[in-house]
Design a protein around this ligand. Structure first.
Ligand code: SF4
Ligand code: SF4
Ligand code: SF4
Length: 247
């Protein structure tokens, strides 16, 4: 039986998620045994397919050209995967949405800013239908492997919708709030096994917000540690500025 044809593409991003994949080590050999990679600019120059069984798209839509390109990829792909936070939720690119586009165009490009047309940042699902989502910055390899297994079996994958704190407690970390540091774990989707906190860092909210954050519990925590809503909102905007209906 022919192996599924898999292609990788990037829009506005740092390509760190593709790098994660390329650095998977022995697991990558297992993956390559199951699929045919037909396009992957970061690791090979060949392109040998016009259509794809699975297209992984990294990065956000931040201009008209990216929108056009994404729509063409969608037309050619049976399955489309939003690969990493930039693609899944807008990620750090979403911070642009906090500013007037003309103003930041001038700031970055000076008098020639009109030569570099731009648009508000959008995650892929706000432009085309997305079949699978990998919400992390950068992609978390165990989840990437899990999503790939679901794709190959034709099964849906649901991004976890409980907070990072659940995983953090299972990992027996000392809570960052107890150390006097604000952490986005209580409102951020799990699935990374509390990666950052395990490594002595805070959660920055890179996986996007849980759909039903416990507001009362959050208010209790904020009151206990004297944290203002504005402080939390500013931290959440680092990765979560493209939420539906949020300007
Ligand atoms: S999600 Fe993070 S690592 Fe991946 S492309 Fe975007 S900025 Fe880079
Ligand atoms: S360190 Fe962060 S993720 Fe862990 S329990 Fe505390 S708030 Fe939650
Ligand atoms: S701990 Fe938070 S910031 Fe770190 S990978 Fe997980 S969701 Fe992202």
């Amino acid at each position: 039986m022919a192996k599924p044809k898999v292609a990788f593409f990037d829009l506005s991003c740092c390509e760190g998620c593709q790098l994660q994949l390329a650095n998977m080590g022995e697991t990558l050999l297992d993956v390559l045994g199951l699929v045919d990679v037909v396009e992957f600019r970061e690791v090979m120059s060949e392109k040998w397919a016009e259509t794809y069984d699975v297209a992984f798209v990294e990065g956000s839509v931040t201009d008209a050209h990216a929108e056009e390109r994404l729509k063409k990829i969608r037309e050619r792909a049976k399955v489309l995967v939003a690969f990493g936070a930039c693609a899944a939720t807008g990620g750090v690119n979403g911070m642009k949405n906090s500013f007037d586009l003309e103003e930041i165009g001038k700031y970055v490009y000076g008098a020639d800013y009109k030569s570099f047309p731009t648009a508000k940042t959008r995650p892929l699902h706000q432009v085309v239908k997305v079949d699978y989502t990998i919400n992390n910055c950068p992609a978390y390899i165990p989840e990437l492997v899990e999503v790939l297994k679901h794709i190959l079996k034709g099964m849906p994958y649901a991004v976890p919708d409980h907070p990072v704190c659940v995983e953090c407690k299972f990992n027996e970390n000392v809570c960052m709030y107890e150390r006097g540091v604000t952490c986005m774990g209580p409102v951020t989707r799990a699935g990374c096994n509390s990666w950052c906190v395990n490594n002595n860092n805070v959660c920055y909210g890179c996986r996007g917000m849980v759909s039903n954050p416990r507001e009362n519990a959050a208010k209790d925590v904020m009151a206990k540690y004297k944290i203002t809503p504005a402080m939390i909102a500013a931290k959440m905007d680092m990765y979560n500025k493209c939420r539906e209906g949020k300007e």
